[in-house]
Design a binder for this molecule. Structure first.
Ligand SMILES: [Zn+2]
Length: 111
């Protein structure tokens, strides 16, 4: 049997997110998510895409531009893409954090 990528939702446990993101982005992303700043565009087990951000206020309050953000599961592991990041310099930014948390809550509601 061929190896398959794991679902995106299995690669973004709270520990995973903490390991991937800088503490500041972790905080800002959490605020964006809690304020309802995530809107799914496509939701499949191996690829999730959403609009993230676009809220008003300071950065600490979750304010940011709206970005199109993707989380993709591959055989090499999790990949992410955010239109706000420079090419070839893809940090796991606050939009990625917010999207990951939204995916997590949608797929593991009692976690
Ligand atoms: Zn971003």
């Amino acid at each position: 049997m061929k190896t398959r990528p794991k679902p995106v939702a299995d690669l973004i446990s709270p520990d995973d997110i903490e390991r991937l993101a800088l503490p500041s982005n972790l905080r800002y992303g959490q605020v964006i998510y809690k304020r309802g700043g995530v809107e799914f565009i496509a939701f499949t087990p191996l690829k999730v895409e959403g609009w993230v951000g676009g809220l008003n206020g300071s950065v600490a309050e979750g304010g940011s531009q709206r970005r199109r953000t993707q989380l993709i599961s591959t055989l090499e592991g999790l990949q992410w893409n955010c239109t706000g990041n420079p090419k070839n310099h893809q940090i796991f930014c606050k939009h990625c954090v917010a999207l990951a948390m939204a995916i997590r809550d949608r797929t593991h509601p009692y976690h």
